[in-house]
Design a protein around this ligand. Sequence first.
Ligand SMILES: Nc1nc2c(c(=O)[nH]1)N[C@H]1C(S)=C(S)[C@@H](COP(=O)(O)O)O[C@H]1N2
Ligand SMILES: [Mo]
Length: 233
Amino acid sequence: MDDAAERLRRIEEGRAILRARFGERMARTPSLADPRPRGEGPPNRHGMPREPPGQNLFAKEEWPVLEFGDQPDVPRERWRLAVDGACEAPLALRWDDLLALPQVDVTADFHCVTGWSILDLAFRGVRLEDVLALARPAAAATHLMCHGSDGYSTNLPLEEALKPDVLLVHAIEGRPVSRERGGPVRIVTPQLYAWKGAKWVSRLELMTHDRRGYWEIRGYSNTGHPWRDDRMW
Ligand SMILES: Nc1nc2c(c(=O)[nH]1)N[C@H]1C(S)=C(S)[C@@H](COP(=O)(O)O)O[C@H]1N2
Ligand SMILES: [Mo]
């Protein structure tokens, strides 16, 4: 990639374009717009109850590991993230490129559709927004398919993908993301159920229409808002 100041300028320019295009739609998403989204948001939790309807609280040490198949072994040196599809500047990031982008820390809750939630996990990584800003989504781009190197996929509308707490995570609770957690890099989507965050993320595909991912085809909700109890279909 090009030099750091130029890259930052391109990120800022790309962010402004995306905010102009999606800001209004982002503000209308349930987690931000609902005054009382069946529990108390926004975006996740202000006061009681501390977890969305139908969820049980698990301690951090009890965090289950879930995936549909095998856990790929991706050493940092071999990790690549392709950003392609409906965009003007497709790109491929390596580990060092990711660490050279603006780093952010987000403490957020993690809600699995199977009924458990973990509160206050400390995530460190790069905003998905910044990587999309660099790729310059086409004016017609509306959705994103996130692919994992295990063959997993999950779709997001851009108004969810661009939220400031959606991260390409490389450290959790101060430690590198382990293989079982989707390391070296996974996505988290704190305002949606956890299946929307691809582990072992390898490709971000910009799309001009919606298409369902692995679990969405198999009956999980296409929206996945925990505070709306948006689980199936
Ligand atoms: N690549 C990939 N990402 C994935 C999955 C998967 O099977 N493969 N499962 C999803 C589901 S259903 C959940 S609930 C979370 C689980 O994350 P965890 O194993 O860290 O708890 O990862 C999501 N991301
Ligand atoms: Mo899940």
